[in-house]
Design a binder for this molecule. Structure first.
Ligand code: ATP
Length: 893
């Protein structure tokens, strides 16, 4: 399933008879048949043959033809080398891989070799999971490359981010793969063929590639880290080692042998994080909204970080909250501390603002693919880190510095970091590209200074020579100009030039030698000028060469201190996250949650951070806080209430509080005591799987099954409207049995929202079930949603009122009330809760008729003829109607 498949369908012509340059293309293509070859030709990268056809379409650029190969015209398209990044970005986004076949020698070297064409080799393969250029990356998201190595029914997973060096591994059951994919959202996946065909991976197929798992992973991994055994890094399963080696091998392959700086792999060792599957993540809109917008997500609402690295760290924490009390409390301590020292906090945040992304700069340095600004990023980043350390050192009074802050403080200033050296060495401002020259400050390197003096001195010498020649040739207006091809030439007016020509050949260093005749001028050179020309060019070349050497020296200096620089960068990101959390809590409306080891859940005046922010943005009514108590004896909250009353918001809000708390942040509530949650399940909102071809009902049942199979007594389940996708009679039965299973067998904390008011009758039968309802009141004939959760089941239903609000015409509503009354009369005697009624033995009802899009209520009414129905059919119809309109308010009957 290597991407992109269209490449495979384009045949590659045989290589025989190729010109020398074309022969190089064939070598590159044979080695990388699944990649587009970007073939360097002068100032362009060209694509040839089938690649050209694909790339021209994908990049929307012109396709042309040049020359012939074996009697066929060669298709061709190209992009300018200086703008190659934007084209790469386009292709990567479309799931292509690109092999960069660049010139790897200078024209001089080629001449010396007497080769017919300049040497070209694949220097790198650009893939979604291995890019390092800022323009190809999202600043605030990690770019995970995930490798999977199967072993019987288990999997080894290793994920690494070449842009920061972060590296994690985990051994997992095959069934847990979808959850891991949902958590990491990898940019690229490596998996052996058979695994790559699994449904979970096929969904991501267009962004993935594969290689075969290596045999001796342990040795190669150890080699990559220059150690003899991996034991020092932690306990890895063989599958984890295989996956990690696979990832490292792949990175090496794409970087043509070079390996970026990688942190030692961290095995999760089963400690793990709060488990959430893909459906839960989507439903809770953690990193982006259901429509894919990051701004309307949990992250978007709570993110107060001021750096991209801080935002990445916060996103990582929200995507994988912790599952142990002590490290969670440690993070809360850090937030508490930064909340208390407000002045220090704002100094830290001011210092962080605009700080460069050291982690990513370091990655580019380690791959030797850096620009001057990357060295500048290390210099400036370390300077900022020192500033932050000084700010923290200024805290003298209580409160005591918590361990996480102390550790970050210690990491901020690397003992022998390259900061002082970089400060001396780097010019300010820095040039955009190394080739531009001027990276190294004057006074740093004596030899470079001397070469530069020579180069610039030669310029002065040119001015002097110009005066000498003007005198010697008797042409006062003589000018020495630089010519691309001929170097320095002395230019004189045409008439003066004619005279010099007539005077004929002379000897000596100043004797004019004719080079060019133009309309009004002539150009000459002479031995002295040619000699000077050579010296200037040489000095310039040598200065450039020396500057490259100095740049490499500075690069090595940074790499020697890489672990310490990476640690300083991580400390900055960590402090950014804690300070941001404190900032959020600074106005007193967020509290430190008490995360306990018991199965508690008691929230006082909790709020939904995203809905609250949206209301504030729209200058709408204030968010109404709600309590939620799921402690022992009332573990299962059965929530009823009409549509639009705020059920979904309440369900999600309590799940989000758990995520925030276990991620180490404060929570939007007055008080919150939250027992540790091991797995969080949220099924709120529409669950269609149009792409997967499963009906709403199938999706709902599959997801419900997942909960019933995986939830434990330490889990939190928030469920909206189970059983909605089928005939209501069946739906009630399913909802009923799910509720019983959660209550009796799994015994987890649950909030269960339902339209089936009948379920509230279970309150008496299930001791830990506590009914609650969304409060609604009537005001001048209109429904007013209070958005407040009250105890007990809804007394009066408002379905008809809500239907009216939604625009269902009044005659339809009146008719609905009549029909319901008739139906209820017919169904009398059939109490759904009576023990005689074979609730679960009833054969499946026919699926509900497809409602015309315009008005489902109308359609439902049109179908019903109360007199022709048996009592049981009447009962079924009642449920169907009620699920559309809600029960009739008692007053209306
Ligand atoms: N606690 C609250 N305070 C203020 N406004 C709220 C509150 N809860 C919900 N709302 C507002 O009410 C709207 C509807 O809420 P929500 O989607 O939770 O209702 P619902 O009962 O789940 O409806 P449905 O059953 O149709 O999905 C929200 O978009 C929000 O604007």
């Amino acid at each position: 399933m290597s991407a992109p498949s269209p490449l495979e369908s384009k045949p590659i012509p045989p290589a025989e008879g190729a010109t020398p340059a074309l022969a190089q293309w064939f070598v590159a293509k044979a080695a990388h048949p699944d990649a587009l070859i970007f073939f360097r030709m002068g100032d362009f990268f060209e694509m040839l043959f089938g690649d050209a056809e694909i790339a021209a379409g994908a990049l929307d650029i012109a396709l042309s033809y040049r020359g012939e190969h074996r009697g066929e015209k060669v298709a061709l398209c190209g992009v300018p080398a200086h703008a190659v990044e934007s084209y790469l970005a386009k292709l990567i986004r479309q799931g292509f891989r690109v092999a960069i076949c660049d010139q790897t020698e200078t024209p001089e070297e080629q001449k010396r070799r007497k080769a017919p064409t300049i040497r070209r080799e694949v220097v790198r393969i650009v893939t979604p999971g291995t890019v390092t250029e800022d323009s190809l990356l999202e600043a605030s998201r990690p770019a995970w490359l995930l490798a999977l190595a199967p072993a019987e029914d288990r999997l080894g997973a290793a994920w690494l981010d070449v842009t920061t060096g972060a590296f994690g591994t985990e051994g997992l059951a095959a069934a847990d793969l979808p959850a891991l994919l949902a958590r990491l959202e990898p940019a690229e996946i490596l998996a052996p063929e058979d695994l790559a065909r699994s449904p979970a991976l096929l969904m991501l197929a267009e962004r993935t590639a594969h290689v075969s798992p290596p045999r001796d992973g342990t040795r190669r991994l150890a080699e990559a880290y220059g150690v003899s055994t991996l034991e020092g890094f932690g306990a890895f399963t063989p599958e984890e080692v295989a996956a990690a080696a696979m990832a490292v091998d792949y990175v090496r392959l794409t970087q043509a042998g070079a390996l970026p700086r990688l942190a030692p792999p961290v095995p999760s060792g089963g400690r793990g994080a709060l488990q959430m599957d893909g459906a839960t993540r989507r439903s809770l809109e953690i990193l982006r909204s259901e429509r894919g917008d990051p701004r309307h997500s949990l992250l978007g609402a709570v993110n107060r970080t001021v750096t991209a690295a801080g935002a990445r760290e916060l996103a990582a924490r929200l995507a994988a909250p912790l599952a142990e009390a002590a490290p969670i409390a440690a993070r809360h301590d850090a937030v508490d501390f930064l909340l208390a020292v407000q002045g220090v906090r704002s100094t830290l945040r001011d210092t962080l603002k605009g700080a460069p992304d050291m982690a990513r700069a370091l990655a580019r340095l380690s791959l030797d693919r850096f620009a001057p600004r990357d060295l500048g990023a290390i210099r400036d980043g370390l300077a900022r880190a020192e500033g932050m350390a000084a700010a923290l050192d200024a805290v003298v009074a209580a409160p005591p510095v918590p361990p996480l802050v102390a550790a970050a403080r210690a990491a901020l200033v690397p003992a022998d970091g390259p900061r002082a050296e970089l400060a001396r060495a780097l010019a300010d401002p820095l040039p955009a590209r190394l080739e531009d020259g001027g990276l190294v400050a004057a006074g740093y390197d004596g030899e470079l200074d001397a070469l530069r003096r020579l180069r610039d001195g030669a310029r002065e010498a040119i001015a002097a020579l110009q005066m000498d020649l003007a005198q010697a040739w008797g042409v006062a207006s003589l000018k020495i100009r630089h010519h691309q091809q001929f170097g320095f030439l002395a230019e004189v007016p045409a008439a003066a030039g004619e005279k010099l020509l007539r005077e004929g050949a002379k000897d000596g260093p100043h004797a004019p030698v004719h080079r060019q005749t133009m309309a009004n001028a002539m150009r000459f050179t002479c031995t002295a000028l040619a000699e000077l020309d050579r010296r200037v060019a040489e000095a310039g070349e040598q200065a450039a060469k020396r500057e490259r050497m100095v740049a490499q020296h500075l690069r090595r200096l940074c790499l020697a201190a890489a672990p310490a620089i990476a640690a300083a960068a991580a400390a900055m990101a960590e402090l950014d996250v804690h300070a941001a959390a404190a900032e959020l809590a600074a106005d007193g409306t967020w509290c430190r949650p008490d995360v306990t080891d018991r199965a508690d859940f008691a929230v006082v005046a909790g709020r939904h951070p995203v809905v609250e922010a949206a209301l504030a943005r729209a200058r709408g009514p204030a968010f109404v806080p709600n309590d939620c108590d799921l402690s022992a004896g009332r573990r299962l909250c059965l929530l009823t209430g009409p549509n639009m009353a705020g059920k979904s918001t309440f369900l999600r809000q309590n799940a989000l509080l758990v995520i925030l708390a276990q991620a180490g942040l404060f929570v939007p509530a007055e008080r919150a005591r939250l027992g540790l949650t091991d797995r969080l399940f949220s099924r709120v909102g529409a669950a269609d799987d149009i792409a997967g071809g499963r009906s709403t009902f199938m999706v709902e049942m599959a997801e419900t099954a997942a909960i019933l199979n995986q939830a434990t007594s330490r889990s939190l389940v928030v469920l909206d409207e189970v059983g909605r996708g089928t005939a209501t009679w069946d739906g009630l039965a399913i909802a009923w049995s799910v509720l019983e299973a959660l209550h009796d067998r799994i015994r987890c904390r649950t909030i269960f929202a339902t339209h089936f008011h009948e379920l509230t009758a279970l309150a008496g039968k299930l001791p830990d079930l506590a009914p609650a309802h969304m409060q609604v009141r009537e005001w001048r004939g209109e429904v007013v949603f209070e958005h407040r959760v009250g105890p007990g089941a809804a007394e009066k239903s408002w379905g008809v009122h809500v239907a009216r609000l939604a625009g269902v015409p009044r005659p339809v509503l009146t008719r609905a009330q009549e029909v319901l009354k008739a139906l209820e009369a017919r169904a009398r005697g059939l109490d759904p809760l009576s023990d005689e009624l074979p609730l679960f033995a009833r054969p499946a009802a026919p699926p509900p008729a497809e409602a015309p899009a315009a008005n489902p209520a109308l359609a439902a009414l049109a179908e019903i003829d109360a007199d022709s129905l048996s009592p049981r059919e009447a009962l079924d119809a009642i449920y169907r109607l009620k699920s559309l309109l809600g029960p009739v308010p008692p007053g209306a009957e």
